[in-house]
Write a protein that binds this ligand. Sequence first.
Ligand SMILES: Cc1ncc(COP(=O)(O)O)c(C=O)c1O
Length: 394
Amino acid sequence: MTTKETIELFDKYVIANYGRLPRVIVKGQGCYMYDADGNEILDMFPGWAVSGLGHCHPKVVQAIQKQAAELLHIDNTFYSEPQGKLAKLLSERAFGGKCFFCNSGAEANEAAMKLARLHTPQEKYKFITAEGSFHGRTFATVTATAQPKYHEGFLPLLPGFIYVPFNDIMALESAFTDEVAAVMVEPIQGEGGINVATAEYLQAIRRLCDEKGAVMILDEVQTGIGRTGKWFGYQHFDVEPDIMTMAKALGGGVAIGTMMAKEEVAASLVPGKHASTFGGNCLACAAGIAVIEVIEGGSLLQNAADLGEYTKEKLSQLKQKHSSIDSVRGIGLMIGVQLNSPCTEIVNKCLEKGLRINCTNETVIRFMPPMIVTKEQIDQAIDILDSVMTELEK
Ligand SMILES: Cc1ncc(COP(=O)(O)O)c(C=O)c1O
């Protein structure tokens, strides 16, 4: 099919709830994707942070093919080996918690909020979340998302949500009434513009949750699975949550979400309280196991840490040249370039020149390259960005 024919199909049959770029992607391999017109695109934001190992990692593909031939899906009426194995691998790389499996980040956060309510006394029903956060698009998670633009058209939202400025300990303390069941934050706000939490802030959440008998939830949907150079973002901050959620990169391209909870908290989730038909699906879990093995086998946590530093350094050099760059921030391969002007045009022009990056929160260019990325590919990406910015400044 031609690009035009595919777009016509979408125009006629697919709901237009996404602002799509006029490209049809037909193939992906490593750090590159290919469109229907034969163009090669260097992908520094593959799958919106889903393809953390790049596109179609051969070991993940192989694991999926093997599992597909054995058992694609078995419902949670039974036990299945891949689900148990993946839970063990995740638990051992985090805080030793137990897992509940689902299919997306929003679902994992829903599960986390429901568990926090189940685990705390009934009079505790409120949630504190941070301005600039993003937790998903279901009713509870969009309510938790403290950005008014996502609320438009959906009022009234769920009751009981309190929004506080990110990284502001005093505001947190004064919002923390006895009715609070949980605080939920991202260690690094992704959609909000790559805003890194301070260690003091996360530790204050931990302290206040302990003092008040509330639950600390970390949303690691974007930061988890090695993205920051450690398995989970919280591991940079000398703090441990009670509940953590993950999704995106965990399945290497297959839909999966997970909520992990400390054993004593997890015990509150008993049969009948929460479930997901597809959750812990054999295929998705086999992919998740392969993702973890590939990261470990290829020392990719180290690569994410090293290449993250390299990328930030190169981007900081661009700042000397382009006055529109205000600052560069992030940890590992989760990097934001704060501009003092909108970035959509830059990002679109980069795509024309064969580079995919992302613009978030209007003025932040987001780099989230796969963990297999090389210095040469980073150099290539930054050269394209540099030339586009130079061209637009003329
Ligand atoms: C931090 C965070 N939480 C939750 C979500 C929602 O995940 P999903 O789109 O898989 O429901 C996202 C998606 O971008 C996210 O970045």
